[in-house]
Design a protein around this ligand. Structure first.
Ligand SMILES: Nc1ncnc2c1ncn2[C@@H]1O[C@H](COP(=O)(O)OP(=O)(O)OP(=O)(O)O)[C@@H](O)[C@H]1O
Length: 238
């Protein structure tokens, strides 16, 4: 579903992403972890085409990632939600529904805004929404087209506890329905139970990429450490 080969991204002379390669099979849920500045957001932004990659090849569903065919397959929830100032919550959903030709969009949109407790905010303009509400609108817009592949960059940031719980439940449902998900997060427990694989980045490199069980087996000194312990061990400075 996703193939990244030799991805390099430089900001000026600084290498933010350092020749990384990885892939996601259809139906896989992969947690992308890493300390601040590791290159997680840059990697996602290059994949979805928001940043121009310096080098490398990226394919989504066998198509070049910048093609329309690829863009039909995925949704992206950025770490900072961007909403349109002059569109209402409902108009955001209408816009996405029309862009992605979503059938029966009104029922689906109603369902998502109800889950994210935005029903009474449907006529509020984007510019008047709180940060958390913007994040919820961003998630609803990403879920509405029911894409095969979802990129979530820090989806829980700014969400209230109920929305975090709902989002975890939705991850599970998406996984059950065979969707492919790459989720970057600092909330390690939010991916520990659902991720088929964990990818850990540091200084622009992938320093771990395996099932949780295998990562534990190769780095654990025999104890029954958590993913958080493993993460701290792998990313500690020498
Ligand atoms: N627009 C930019 N211009 C210059 N350098 C940047 C820019 N955006 C990110 N960087 C640098 O690239 C590196 C990777 O940043 P990135 O935002 O991808 O990390 P991250 O893993 O997503 O971090 P966080 O967990 O803090 O969100 C960092 O060293 C950062 O300072």
């Amino acid at each position: 579903m996703l193939a990244v080969e030799g991805l390099v991204k430089k900001y000026g002379k600084q290498n933010a992403v350092n020749d990384i390669s990885f892939s996601l099979q259809g139906g896989e849920v992969v947690g992308l972890l890493g300390p601040n500045g590791a290159g997680k957001s840059t990697t996602m932004k290059c994949i979805v085409g928001l940043l121009r990659k310096t080098a490398g090849k990226i394919e989504i569903g066998g198509h070049d990632h910048l093609s329309v065919a690829a863009k039909k397959l995925f949704s992206y929830i950025p770490e900072t939600p961007h909403v349109y100032d002059l569109l209402t919550v409902w108009e955001h959903l209408q816009f996405i529904a029309q862009a992605y030709h979503v059938s029966d969009w009104k029922e689906k949109a109603e369902q998502w805004i109800e889950i994210y407790e935005l029903s009474d905010k449907r006529d509020k303009l984007g510019r008047d929404l709180s940060k958390g509400m913007r994040q919820k609108v961003s998630i609803c817009c990403a879920l509405l087209p029911d894409p095969e592949l979802l990129f979530f960059d820090e989806p829980m940031i700014g969400l209230d506890p109920k929305a975090i719980k709902n989002t975890k439940r939705i991850f599970n449902e998406l996984k059950q329905r065979g969707k492919t998900i790459l989720v970057s997060t600092h909330l390690i427990d939010s991916v520990e139970t659902i991720a088929d694989r964990i990818m850990i980045m540091k200084n622009g490199n992938i320093i771990g990429n395996d099932t949780l069980a295998n990562l534990k087996a190769s780095f654990d000194q025999g104890g029954d450490s958590s993913l958080e312990d493993l993460f701290l061990e792998l990313t500690k400075d020498e």
